[in-house]
Design a protein around this ligand. Structure first.
Ligand code: EPS
Length: 403
């Protein structure tokens, strides 16, 4: 099964630009570069980011698929220029280097935890800069640009996608109440944490890691609200939403584990304490309530009308200024791993990337469910679906048989 909406990215960290091509977005969606830029700016923020973010001011150029502020239904091309390119133009040039060029920024000592060693072996690159330039998390700027368009489509369909930091370097915020004010505090926080005391302790952890030439990871929660039941499918394994979300999230650099709802904790408990009771509700639109949300909004590979709640575990960034032991691949000699400018902690930025990837998967599932080449067709199908949802099962069947 091919997803209705697909995102492809290209570009090297210090090349001219990072580019995304987004296909499957219906025509007629209002989208302004400024809306995409707002998410790009959110991705650049965060306590613990490195020197690169002082150079970049990520802005999108919409070079295809949008005219006069609305999507055309054709592939959308989103280009984010790398300002640092001008400092790397010769190093990263597509042309053959001049005679006698030394290549000062060659990388021959792989960093434990980074793509350097495996990528150098796989692609046959002696200079592992050829690997790290693409493996760099700079690529996620393109994902966030494409994700912003998906977020806009979801917003037209009545859904939101947000994220917050649950933990950094072992310091946790377990008291989040999910209220509007708490979400506002997340957006105002440079570690994307609503609890001031926890946020201060997270910053201290980051400072301590920086002092020690080390790095820290953490845990992020991404939440989508306002989705109807029935996105995704139990019909084939490829359509199951947990699997699609898992693939999308685990493809984000440094994300090593994904949990949906209660996640791994559910494995420790009996079923009676895990599954969310189904209760009648006075709400005419969807006359069922749930006794909890351990399912994280997904049952049988489909949204169930509850918020979709996904947690991501991010490992510490592999570039350490007090490097781990490694081997120079050109000489075979033991030496300290390559070190270059990097982030001490990118957990807050990864939250924004997680939003983009969840928006991509959910927008695609919505496009598969509701179809339509233009937004108004999609909205009409959705309206029809939402009208039939609250009908008692028997009445629905009769109505469908008649039509
Ligand atoms: C990043 C840009 C990179 C790094 C970071 C993410 O910039 P530079 O390598 O020029 O400092 O800050 O990349 C990594 C963490 C990595 O492992 O490569 C960005 O735009 O997010």
């Amino acid at each position: 099964m091919r997803p209705a909406i697909e995102l492809t990215t290209a570009g090297e960290s210090h090349g001219p630009a990072i580019t995304a091509v987004l296909t499957g977005i219906p025509a007629g969606l209002a989208i302004a570069a400024a809306e995409i830029d707002a998410d790009l700016a959110r991705r650049q923020c965060g306590y613990g980011r490195g020197g690169r973010m002082a150079i970049e001011r990520d802005r999108v150029r919409l070079s295809a698929g949008v005219r006069h502020g609305r999507t055309l239904g054709s592939p959308i091309c989103l280009v984010v220029a790398n300002r640092d390119w001008e400092n790397w133009a010769e190093e990263m040039s597509a042309q053959a280097p001049p005679e006698g060029w030394a290549g000062e920024r060659r990388v021959s000592v792989p960093r434990p935890g980074h793509a350097d060693l495996a990528g150098g072996a796989k692609f046959g690159h002696a200079d592992m800069r050829n690997v790290l330039e693409r493996a760099s998390a700079r690529e996620t700027a393109a994902r966030v640009a494409g994700g912003a368009v998906c977020r806009k489509l979801l917003s037209v369909l009545g859904a939101t996608v947000r994220s917050r930091t649950v933990a950094i370097g072992g310091v946790r915020d377990d008291g989040f109440d999910g209220g509007a004010e708490a979400w506002e505090r997340v957006e105002a926080s440079d570690v994307r944490c609503a609890d001031d005391a926890a946020a201060a302790a997270m910053r201290e952890r980051i400072d301590a890691a920086r002092e020690a030439g080390d790095s820290v990871g953490g845990v992020i929660e991404v939440v989508a609200e306002g989705l109807p039941p029935g996105l995704g499918s139990c019909a084939t394994w490829q359509e199951r939403l947990e699997g699609r979300i898992g693939q999308a999230m685990l493809s984000i650099p440094a994300i090593k584990a994904v949990e949906i709802g209660a996640g791994g904790a559910a494995a420790e408990l009996p079923g009676s304490q895990v599954h969310d009771p189904i209760l009648p509700s006075g709400d005419g639109a969807w006359p069922f309530a749930r006794g909890g949300n351990n399912a994280g909004g997904i049952e049988g590979g489909m949204t169930n009308g509850q918020p979709v709640v996904v947690r991501l575990a991010m490992k510490p960034i592999p570039t350490l200024t007090s490097p781990l032991p490694s081997v120079d691949v050109t000489t075979g000699a033991s030496t300290a791993a390559h070190a270059e400018r990097s982030d001490v902690c990118a957990v807050p930025a990864a939250g924004v990337v997680g939003e983009a990837m969840l928006a991509l998967v959910l927008a695609s599932a919505a496009a598969e469910k509701f179809g339509g080449d233009c937004v108004s067709d999609m909205l009409a199908t959705r309206r029809h679906y939402l009208e039939r949802l609250p009908l008692p099962w028997q009445e629905r069947r009769t109505r469908d048989d008649e039509s």
